[in-house]
Ligand binder design. Sequence first.
Ligand code: NAP
Length: 278
Amino acid sequence: MSQPDRSITGGTRVAGVIGHPVRYSKSPLLHNAAYEAMGVDAVYVAFPVLPEELGAAVHSVRALDLLGLSVTIPHKEAVIPFLDGLSPQAERLNAVNCIAVENGRLIGHNTDGEGFVTALEEQFGLAPLDLRCVVVGAGGAARAVIAALAGEGAADIAVINRSVERTALAVDMGTPAARAGSPDDLPSADLVVNATPVGMGERVNETPLENPSFNADQLVVDLIYEPAETLLLKQAREAGARTANGSGMLLHQAAAQIALWTGKTAPVDVMHSALSGR
Ligand code: NAP
């Protein structure tokens, strides 16, 4: 992995991601590659922030004149009381993945859904309009995806999740297209999304769906990006479906944050290369 060849001066701004843990975050890789290519005099670092230090960390955006902060687990919801306002998406999702300074106010945004939809369009030329979708999971990532799919006119969004309470909350994000679903919805889906952590870490040899029936007309997206091909994606590929992992969403949610902070379009090609180690 190449390091940015930039000199840090008195004018260099600092941006970063707050979370816990953040040591393995790919965001520094993406943001620093983009800043370098854009000629933005800034560096992006990972800040491990404990829950009890969250308020102090958010105040530092103003105190230290930071360019902006990305926000990740476990702070996406807890950060809200420390902000001056929310974008409509962040308000709807009750989750923030990015803080921007706008006219001196700290505004929370959520670029996850936009990142997902942009990745679909970039990788497959596919727009959500009229799609029949299955989303597995009902956590923060699922809710962002469901709201974005519904906002872009998906015809039907069947939500399959373990806990019934969280299913209802996720369905609320996508009304009127979203509803509680079941594995019976799979065969007729155009798009299937795994938004659970099943398939990574300790669950790398598992899938969130038992004996799923995929077909060649489907696109199956796993929001997991490590491993690059989860067991679910392997099953989908072997059934002839088109597949994608979560790296596209990761990249495009970061690109949207860079646009918010700099007012400029992020260099997606450069970010792709950085992510794939080229
Ligand atoms: P989260 O808020 O903790 O939600 C996790 C969801 O997965 C919940 O709906 C949970 O079900 C379900 N789940 C967890 N363990 C399960 C199991 N063993 N069996 C069945 N369901 C299970 O997490 P999140 O932030 O939404 O993240 C979900 C996944 O998306 C993670 O893998 C994360 O890495 C990925 N992600 C990717 C990106 C990207 O840019 N590519 C962005 C965000 C997240 P219950 O409701 O029943 O607990």
